[in-house]
Design a protein around this ligand. Structure first.
Ligand SMILES: Cc1cc2nc3c(=O)[nH]c(=O)nc-3n(C[C@H](O)[C@H](O)[C@H](O)COP(=O)(O)O)c2cc1C
Length: 191
């Protein structure tokens, strides 16, 4: 029997960003998507602003998102910087995914904006850990184009898209994460 620490530590350490190229063609049931989303709601939040908002994109919505990202890329990137490979990657990645959840932040004005961003990030980590525990691969993508997705995502005036959470089942086995030692990142004050 594993202790709670052992279980949570395993999920935290084995969670990896799994990219669309590794996803297999297997539908993620709506119940599983709901389980993943539900855990976002338990993130900590200053003044209980609960700034996390999401738009779930599935089925035909995925191709629409791919087209929209391609259109924005074509419109916004100067022609001398345009790369056909990059343009094609949007449709490719969206078609490889089974579900994409846009990560949105509602700015309440009650607390500094960075605190809203921090709370949404905590919510996304809950989702990432839940996805890991359910064998769903996921990763947070943050292309600059997301700033122009508000209309597509149906966002309100005070909402901003801060990422796309790509999801899909996969057959990857856990690998060791690329991290420098924790001891290099901690200072202790004891006297
Ligand atoms: C806020 C945030 C934004 C990210 N944006 C991207 C991105 O645009 N493209 C990408 O390939 N990975 C992105 N990632 C995922 C990182 O590449 C990944 O977390 C990192 O390589 C460590 O790997 P791991 O998640 O498997 O531990 C993002 C992660 C976070 C937290």
């Amino acid at each position: 029997m594993s202790t709670t620490y052992e279980i949570i530590s395993k999920v935290i350490k084995e969670r990896r960003s799994i990219f669309p190229a590794s996803y297999i063609k297997k539908e993620i049931p709506v119940e599983v998507i709901d389980q993943i989303l539900e855990t976002a709601n338990y993130a900590p939040t200053h003044k209980l602003t609960q700034p996390w908002r999401f738009t779930v994109i599935r089925k035909a919505g995925l191709a629409k998102l791919g087209e929209e990202l391609g259109r924005l890329y074509k419109d916004l990137v100067p022609s001398h910087q345009f790369l056909q490979k990059k343009y094609d990657s949007f449709a490719e990645k969206t078609s490889q995914s089974d579900c994409i959840i846009s990560i949105n932040m509602a700015v309440s004005g009650k607390i500094p904006e960075w605190e809203e961003l921090a709370a949404v990030s905590c919510a996304v980590q809950n989702m990432a850990l839940t996805a890991e525990s359910l064998n769903v691969g996921a990763y947070w993508s943050s292309p600059p184009l997301i700033e122009s997705l508000s209309d597509f995502l149906g966002l309100k005036e005070n909402e901003k898209c801060i990422g796309l959470f790509y999801m899909g089942y996969h057959n990857e086995t856990p690998w060791a994460p690329n991290r420098t030692p924790m001891a290099d990142k901690v200072r202790w004050i004891e006297d």
